[in-house]
Design a protein around this ligand. Structure first.
Ligand code: ATP
Ligand code: MG
Length: 568
């Protein structure tokens, strides 16, 4: 677990780039790419890769392509393409005309394959996938040559062309690189370059019935785009010899592959297969369910792009895998929202309070500070009247000495308002508390007593007649285990889903000024981020209706009580 992170001035990828610039290795050019497979939505791990690749391009005045690695027609969809683009733009990277598709290079891949066959470095193999696996050998024993390994160039050309024409059914033949069946690196044991797959592709339709494998396609994509630094995650380290072999065999522009550690985050999963499963099987409400680690979920939850970029920057880029504490991310979010989120009061679990000595029908407007961290955010008027709501758990009938909130006979400060004292507790037939009777001290307007008397607690409240009804959704971590991928035997990550990851409160009472908290520009996009005093940062859900706003809790506040007590 990485808790505190020290950031060196240059990460190791930037160091490589600066060395290359100094030696003029790439004629002073820097070209990177972010190559997602469009088979799911982007998650926070992808954000790390995006910030690294596009950040480098920005920093060194180079180019950074968004290249869809869309070589597998079966799992890929246009929906994902759109979502990925949207998320990257939201993160704040300008894509201009740098959105590229590997499928646009299919013809070039094919030509390169022909060249490799001509050079005697690739052959058509008729083994089934099962046989191919058998022939591959094991970690301790070398593989066996395919019986088709020594086909003539002419026969290979003929068969490969017929594969493309669609003469053979799925799975009957492959094109393989002729490398070394005894290599200690499995990836070099005559890897498959093409497979037959009669399936329509989201962009090329039915043009192709052979599709390139990842390792074959990826280096070619990089060379076609003249990528200088092909940055990928550590699991591709032992694919690098194959990446290099293909590009050397073709004698083409040869980018440098550099691997870095992928981001793992506590209490969530990051594999797209698992995220898809969570969505498809209804464990969450969709890719943008605010409990997901996807960028669309983070956006919906109220995380800001700036905070996510700051997080990616702060965790740094390393060569060894680690798991980042969720708290590191949440702190970045808090830090950012603390500066930008206006404060309002919202009572999540309301308890009615009648101020008995406050005149019926009277309303006064009290001054509230919109953001103590930002004087330019100004002040607002908060209506106060005889009937209020306070938070149910801010009252205890049998309160211990250390309970500084409201209790029978005790005095507490209502934020921005008055000192009130609880005089009576009213219960229903079941003994449940339904109302409190209090008195207020008119001399304490604004929250301090002229006689210098102190109260220990300050609680939030809203005026009953002025409150807006709201629904509030509280989110907790999606899993109960820090590493859901590593569960006990015979259990799956699904067994540690947190049953309490979502709490919906449908009877919340919100301060009426909340809407003015959103400035006009963000209101049109329904991006409203506020701090509900003492309960956390919240964000208006985009599905919200005009009659009853829905707020998602972005993140809790930390040390709320410590702070409140210092102020009083
Ligand atoms: P899978 O979940 O199946 O492993 P993937 O997340 O690697 O897939 P890609 O679409 O291939 O999906 O990822 C695009 C790019 O994002 C790749 O360069 C990959 O290395 C990088 N990437 C993916 N996950 C992470 C992560 N957790 N941290 C950093 N980079 C990541
Ligand atoms: Mg991948």
């Amino acid at each position: 677990m990485t808790d505190t992170i020290e950031k060196p001035s240059l990460n190791f990828v930037e160091q490589i780039i600066e060395d290359d610039l100094a030696s003029n290795k790439w004629d002073g050019r820097v070209q990177t790419r972010f190559p997602p497979e469009p088979n799911g939505y982007l998650h926070i791990g992808h954000a790390k890769s995006i910030c690294l690749n596009f950040g480098i391009a920005e920093k060194y005045g180079g180019g950074g392509n968004l290249r869809f690695d869309d070589t597998n027609p079966i799992k890929e969809e246009g929906e994902y393409v759109d979502a990925i683009e949207k998320d990257i733009r939201w993160l704040g990277f300008n894509l201009d005309d740098r959105v590229l598709f590997a499928s646009d290079y299919f013809e070039q891949f094919y030509e390169h394959a022909i060249a490799l066959i001509r050079a005697g470095k690739a052959y058509v193999c008729d083994l089934t996938s099962e046989q191919t696996r058998e022939y591959r050998g094991t970690l301790t024993s070398p593989g066996k040559d395919s019986p088709h390994r020594d086909r003539s160039v002419d026969e290979n050309l003929d068969l490969f062309q017929r594969m493309r024409k669609g003469e053979f059914p799925d799975g009957t033949r492959t094109l393989r690189a002729k490398i070394d069946m005894a290599s200690p690196n499995f990836n070099l044991r005559d890897p498959v370059m093409y497979r037959i797959l009669h399936a329509d592709h989201h962009r090329t339709g039915s043009d192709w019935c052979i599709y390139p494998m990842y390792d074959w396609a990826h280096g070619l994509e990089d060379t076609i785009e003249r990528v200088t630094h092909s940055v990928c995650t550590l699991e591709f380290e032992n694919h690098r010899p194959l990446y290099d072999w293909f590009l050397d065999a073709l004698d083409v522009f040869h980018p440098q592959q550099i691997e870095f550690a992928r981001l793992n985050l506590g209490f969530t999963v990051m594999s797209k297969r698992k995220l898809l499963e969570l969505v498809r099987d209804g464990h969450v409400e969709g890719w943008d369910d605010p409990r997901m680690p996807t960028l669309s979920a983070f956006r919906r939850r109220g995380y800001t792009a700036e905070a996510i970029r700051n997080f990616c920057d702060r965790i740094g880029v390393a060569r060894f895998n680690s798991r980042i504490d969720l708290a590191v991310l949440e702190n970045c979010i808090r830090e950012d929202l603390n500066k930008r989120a206006p404060r309002v009061m919202c009572v999540l679990n309301p308890l009615r309070v009648v101020i008995e000595n406050y005149p019926e029908g009277q309303v006064e407007e009290l001054d509230g500070i919109n953001n103590p961290e930002d004087a330019s955010a100004g002040e607002r008027k908060i209506p106060f009247s005889r009937v209020l709501y306070i938070e149910r758990n801010d009252f205890l009938e049998d309160a211990p000495k250390k309970f500084f909130r409201l209790a029978p006979g005790r005095e507490v400060r209502l934020r921005y308002a008055y000192f009130v004292t609880c005089t009576q507790v009213i219960k229903d037939d079941n003994g449940e508390i339904v109302e409190l009777r209090c008195t207020y001290d008119p001399a304490t307007r604004g929250g301090s007593a002229p006689d210098g008397r102190k109260v220990k607690g300050t609680i939030h409240w809203v005026s009953a007649d002025h409150a807006v009804d709201a629904e509030v959704r509280l989110y907790d971590r999606l899993f109960t285990e820090e590493n859901p991928d590593k569960t006990k035997e015979n259990t799956s990550y699904l067994d540690c889903l947190n049953p309490e990851s979502l709490t919906t409160l449908s009877n919340c009472k919100l301060e009426s000024s909340w809407r003015s908290a959103a400035d006009a520009t963000t209101w049109s996009d329904r991006i409203v981020r506020v701090q509900f005093e003492r309960t956390g940062y919240f964000c208006l859900d985009p599905t919200t209706s005009d009659t009853k706003p829905i707020f998602n809790r972005t993140v809790t506040l930390r040390d709320t009580w410590a702070k409140m007590q210092k102020r009083s």
